[in-house]
Design a protein around this ligand. Structure first.
Ligand code: HEC
Ligand code: HEC
Length: 216
């Protein structure tokens, strides 16, 4: 049988119904609470309010205002936190960059600056962005630790793969994530994500999966 969109929708619906009726354990609740109280999450909100206009939602420079400034590239690259603190507190000129990058030390609290730096360290790292993609889309089946023990795992035979023990290479993972299990001669329960995730998000989640391997 083909993995039609309707079939995929059905699988995901079934998955969410089961998950809805399975009580959340105290342990899971504390994982969720810790995730939400992380500085990076609060920093994402600061970023949205104060930085997105110029730097784009994902700090990739794809913002409408970008064209207004004579700066070609508003992408924020990976860097040491010291550098981020310096330019964010003091503005572009203190590190020899454009004056259109304003100083924020009088507008944001120290805590907000700490938080936004934590956020930047995530969005500028492929593996860390991939962790967010994974935790948003894959844990119901593959589990928060990627060990195949998600809350819906017991529904399926074969069960969702234990990704900490995967012997597959990055190319294979990219294929199965993009096209789904069935196309690869595996279970159709592993959905195709090519329509829902961008190529960048798939590259990122594959980078994250490298970091969860037991024998990395
Ligand atoms: C008015 C537009 C504008 C706003 C708002 C803005 N920036 Fe910038 N930002 C810039 C410009 C312009 C540059 C410098 C680009 C260059 O000279 O290469 C820059 C550069 C940076 C850099 C250095 C990037 C690199 O890779 O070297 C960081 C980090 C940064 N901004 C963080 C932030 C943060 C965090 C906020 C929100 C608190 C923010 N910016 C808000 C315009 C802006
Ligand atoms: C509805 C449940 C479900 C969801 C959601 C799901 N998977 Fe899967 N996944 C599976 C199942 C079941 C298998 C095992 C297929 C088999 O063994 O035939 C699998 C297999 C895989 C494999 C192959 C691993 C190996 O070593 O062979 C990868 C990689 C993978 N999934 C990644 C992901 C990623 C990344 C996401 C989120 C974007 C995701 N999966 C979401 C059910 C799911």
């Amino acid at each position: 049988m083909n993995t039609t969109p309707a079939r995929m929708a059905f699988i995901m619906l079934l998955t969410s119904i089961v998950v809805f009726f399975t009580p959340v354990s105290a342990e899971e609740r504390s994982v969720i609470n810790t995730e939400l109280s992380k500085p990076a999450v609060r920093g994402g909100i600061v970023f949205k309010n104060y930085c997105k206009l110029c730097h784009g939602e994902k700090a990739d420079g794809m913002a409408r205002a970008a064209k207004l400034y004579g700066v070609k590239n508003l992408t924020i690259g990976p860097a040491k936190s010291d550098y981020y603190f310096k330019i964010i507190r003091g503005g572009g000129p203190v590190v020899g960059k454009s004056e259109f990058m304003p100083p924020w030390q009088h507008e944001l609290s120290e805590e907000q600056i700490n938080d936004v730096v934590a956020y930047l360290q995530i969005v500028t790292s492929g593996a860390k962005r991939g962790e967010v993609v994974f935790k948003t889309n894959c844990i119901l089946c593959h589990g928060i630790k990627a060990d195949g023990k998600g809350r819906a795992a017991k529904l399926y035979d074969p069960p969702p793969a234990n990704l900490t023990k995967s012997d597959k290479n990055d190319d294979y993972k990219t294929m199965i994530i993009t096209y789904g299990g069935q196309t690869m001669g595996r279970s159709q329960i592993m959905p195709p994500w090519g329509d829902q995730l961008s190529a960048q998000e798939i590259t990122d989640v594959v980078a994250y999966l490298r970091t969860v391997l037991d024998n990395k």
